[in-house]
Design a protein around this ligand. Structure first.
Ligand code: UD1
Ligand code: CA
Length: 466
């Protein structure tokens, strides 16, 4: 098979997005539109990948390079198209970087859900000698380039604005994806003129030249319109987001994941699930999330960059975000409702984290519990520790973070302040309301608070008796 070079058109302004952000950097499923396109192209292992940029070029160039790197591509070039004189003009800018041999695959930077297999089929249809077009039937083809056929043979693509009434009734449209031999494409692009309704250099005019030159033109009709849906407005972006999420939900259910409602799930990254995972409504998964066998996620949880081991239960309204450090929830652990796990939270087996408990950069060993209204930051918590309601680690002195070590089987009463650095010895007890500033001995009861006093016969002030 001949080498494939990808050219992604991404110079357009995206006026209808009404946004300061270049259109191809708007996100779908948590990733930029352009990142999706680059990833699908990368699946073909192209020899070269060239992104044509214009509006917001600086931002788009940098983003394109990082997406290409993320997709495992060794190279990615960007070329500037300024001013933007049409899609044919866009691809012309890439010609200096295209070798003589090989196949050029033209992609649209704002059509994110194209799949590698479809691109592969397009390249195969080109086979190094034909012009291959990806087309689709549309109930309402208004605005698109129509595929004009004589019998079965494709004769031309006519843009909506240039089309006759009869041509406007054609429902087969050009998707924006084509594959052509580099050698022929170079020649055809050299023959383009802008003598048309929009005064633009149309890439679609290459069909006319192929026909003139006796080069076979193949139209590959995709049965899957979502793959060629473009994003031009916030409404279209939202619609495509739902289509994308529904696909992800289906794929999860096909693996056996039980979703309470596939329409109320958002996955913005990768979600790997073991057997018998159950996810209730309105959950959002971001970054890399792994759910072990039998994990149950309650309604309205947001979970990012976390590994949740087998049998763990995350109750409703829990927010977990491991960012780059990650969060680990051990086997059979129970978290929430209304819990917050932050980067570096590592919960062992059967740990319980209850409502309004925040855990950051802390390790809790097996069986430890913090059930209500508490904060654990920069702490090492031993097995079976019970951490009382309202207790906090004072881990930050305004400049530095300090560690709190709570050894195994310690019982911390309610409303304690543990001023780090401090170590609570194994098996000890801390009386409720204590402010602990010194290490506590193992096995002892440590109390650090004002002693309770009783003043007998205390007369409360009475209103109006002065
Ligand atoms: C183009 C096709 C049309 C097809 C439609 C599918 C042409 C002439 N027409 O329509 O047949 O049905 O796509 O969506 O090709 N771009 C540039 N530089 C430019 C102009 C556009 O990079 O000078 C980029 C845009 O950013 C976008 C893509 O090319 O990613 C398509 O541009 P758009 O204006 O949406 O295409 P149309 O011309 O409307
Ligand atoms: Ca368009």
């Amino acid at each position: 098979m001949a080498s494939v070079d990808g050219v992604i058109m991404a110079a357009g302004k995206g006026t209808r997005m009404k946004s300061g952000l270049p259109k191809v950097l708007h996100r779908l499923g948590g990733r930029a539109l352009l990142a999706h396109v680059i990833e699908s192209a990368a699946g073909l292992q192209p020899r070269r990948l060239i992104v044509v940029t214009g509006h917001g070029a600086e931002q788009v160039d940098a983003a394109a390079r990082s997406f290409a790197e993320g997709a495992g591509l060794a190279t990615c070039d960007t070329v500037l198209q300024s001013p933007q004189l049409g899609t044919g003009h866009a691809v012309q800018q890439a010609l200096p970087l295209l070798p003589e041999d090989g196949i050029c695959l033209v992609l649209n930077g704002d059509v994110p859900l194209i799949e590698t297999a479809t691109l592969q089929a397009l390249v195969q249809a080109c086979a190094g000698e034909r012009l291959a077009l990806l087309t689709v039937d549309m109930a309402d083809p208004t605005g698109y380039g129509r595929i004009v056929r004589e019998g079965e043979a494709v004769r031309a693509i006519v843009e909506h604005k240039d089309a006759t009434q009869a041509q406007r009734r054609i429902t087969e449209i050009y998707s924006g994806f084509m594959a052509a031999p580099n050698r022929l494409l170079r020649d055809w692009l050299g023959r383009l003129s802008n003598d048309n309704a929009q005064g633009e250099y149309y890439l679609t005019d290459v069909v006319k030249f192929a026909v003139q030159d006796g080069v076979a033109v193949t139209a590959l009709r995709t049965p899957d319109p979502v793959q060629v849906d473009g994003v031009n407005s916030p409404v279209q972006l939202a619609q495509l987001e739902r289509a994308y999420q529904l696909r992800r939900a289906r794929a999860l259910m096909e693996q056996g994941v039980r979703l309470a409602d596939p329409a109320r799930l958002d996955v913005r990254g990768t979600l790997s699930c073991g057997a018998d995972v159950e996810i209730d409504v309105n959950c959002v998964f971001e970054g890399e999330v792994t759910l072990g066998e039998g994990v149950r996620i309650g309604a309205n949880c947001v979970i990012a960059n976390a590994r949740i081991a087998a049998g763990a239960v995350i109750h409703p309204f829990t927010h977990i975000d491991g960012e780059s450090a990650g969060v680990t929830v051990g086997e059979g652990a129970r978290v929430g409702p209304y819990a917050r796990l932050r980067p570096g939270a590592v919960l062992g087996a059967d740990v319980h984290i209850g409502n309004f408990v925040e855990v950051k950069n802390s390790t809790l060993a097996a069986g430890a519990k913090a059930n209500h209204l508490a904060y654990l930051g920069d702490a090492t918590v031993g097995e079976r520790v019970n951490y009382g309601a309202g207790s906090i680690t004072a881990n930050y002195d305004g400049a530095n973070k300090h560690r709190t070590v709570i050894e195994a089987d310690v019982h911390v009463g309610s409303n304690c302040v543990l001023v780090a650095p401090v170590t609570l010895g194994a098996g000890g007890t801390v009386g409720g309301g204590s402010t602990i500033t010194k290490d506590t001995p193992p096995g002892a009861l440590s109390v650090a608070r004002g002693k309770q006093v009783a003043i007998p016969n205390w007369k409360r002030p009475v209103k109006g008796s002065r």
